[in-house]
Design a protein around this ligand. Structure first.
Ligand SMILES: NC(=O)c1ccc[n+]([C@@H]2O[C@H](COP(=O)([O-])OP(=O)(O)OC[C@H]3O[C@@H](n4cnc5c(N)ncnc54)[C@H](O)[C@@H]3O)[C@@H](O)[C@H]2O)c1
Length: 348
């Protein structure tokens, strides 16, 4: 099969589906965007704009023989159920992060995809962004030798969630589950390995009334299978003053050089045996990152190439995030894969 029919779920409002997934999907040569779905009637406007069909009924997506790929951009708590239904209906599935809200459920989805021979792709758009691609390329070409240690930190406010938003509640798992998967995926990819053990600590520090039920400072120490070590820090305690800019920093120490990135300076610095290199890294490529991801994914279905990011790798990344919170709650280092129940994560 050389052409694939594509359906987008959650395309009824100005959101990640309509701002990034839809324009990216329209650019994939092997895909025909055939159907947009949302429970919100706004889906009709987006469908008419692109001259494609629309529906408010998820079951219609599953029934349609001309839909081969279902791209799920509904809120986090719906992912697991919708992914399972789409896989069982014989569809290939792309799912926004996180794949599920528990490791047991995520594992069941990855196993189901493998059993039914369907391609399950969890969205890992960050690694396709220009700045991370440049950093990966610096490593790939051997300029800093073998990476031994990585430190990533993000500091700022948490996202502007409405009062009562699911993402403020304990059952969301908190920011290390909802967003930590992005950074953990970058760490695994840049260090070219899977997390083996994680050790986490978290803290709640809310200077005012605006708070979530979950902690807003999270730090994870990650030992990778290849022996390298990483630290991932999400510091969302900088609530005041309002408008405090988000700061993102990354350093990687290799046996021949060092990479240093700081978004306040918008530059990548690499110190190597050949001297100092500085490169500007400002570039708005939010749609382009999805286009690259979708193109590789489409090729893995219609061509012979393997999926660039396997469901198994994304499962291990998710486990590292869940394991970090479990570790913070139990005070123990967590060895992956997580064998026992992971339900402590969802208790405030
Ligand atoms: N990868 C990234 O960079 C990135 C960025 C933002 C959001 N996300 C993820 O994308 C997902 C959507 O986030 P968002 O910010 O666009 O959320 P959103 O709430 O703005 O949009 C979700 C859409 O899903 C629709 N919806 C609700 N119930 C539905 C149902 N039963 N069936 C179909 N559609 C339904 C809503 O009407 C809405 O249009 C989340 O899982 C989030 O974690 C990822």
């Amino acid at each position: 099969m050389n052409r694939l029919g594509y359906a987008l779920i959650g395309a009824g409002k100005p959101n990640i589906a309509t701002s990034c997934h839809l324009p990216a999907a329209m650019q994939i040569p092997q895909w025909d965007v055939v159907l947009l779905m949302d429970v919100d009637l706004g889906v009709r406007t987006y469908a008419e704009r692109c001259k494609v069909e629309w529906t408010n009924d998820f079951q219609e997506v599953l029934r349609r023989d001309d839909v081969h790929v279902v791209d799920i951009c509904s809120p986090d708590w719906l992912h697991a159920e919708q992914v399972m239904m789409a896989l069982e209906a014989g569809k290939h599935v792309i799912c926004e992060k996180p794949l599920a809200l528990s490791v047991a459920s995520a594992r069941m989805l990855a196993d189901t995809a493998a059993r039914l021979d369907r391609k399950l792709q969890i969205v890992t758009n960050y690694r396709y962004q220009y700045k991370w691609q440049q950093i990966k390329e610096t490593i790939r070409t051997g300029k800093i030798g073998t990476p031994k240690m990585l430190r990533y930190s993000l500091q700022g406010r948490f996202f502007p969630y409405d009062a009562g938003s699911f993402y403020r509640k304990a059952e969301s798992g908190g920011q290390f589950i909802h967003n930590g998967v992005h950074y953990m995926d970058l760490i695994g990819w840049l260090l070219d390995s899977e997390p083996e053990t994680v050790s986490g600590r978290t803290l709640a520090h809310y200077p005012g009334e605006d708070r979530m039920e979950t902690d807003n400072y999270m730090i994870s120490q990650i030992r990778m299978r290849n022996g390298s070590l990483a630290v991932c820090e999400l510091n969302m305690t900088m609530m005041e003053p309002e408008g405090f800019p988000t700061r993102e920093r990354l350093s990687i120490v290799g046996d021949k050089g060092v990479i240093d990135f700081d978004n306040a300076k918008s530059s990548l610095v690499s110190f190597t045996g050949h001297g100092l290199r500085m490169q500007a890294l400002t570039h708005d490529d939010s749609v382009a990152a999805y286009t690259s991801l979708f193109r590789e994914y489409a090729e893995s279905i219609v061509g012979a190439s393997p999926q660039a990011v396997s469901a198994d790798f994304s499962l291990r990344i998710f486990e590292a995030c869940v394991g970090t919170i479990l570790s913070a709650k139990t005070g123990k280092t967590i060895r992956l894969p997580i064998g026992g129940p992971d339900d402590k994560v969802w208790k405030a």
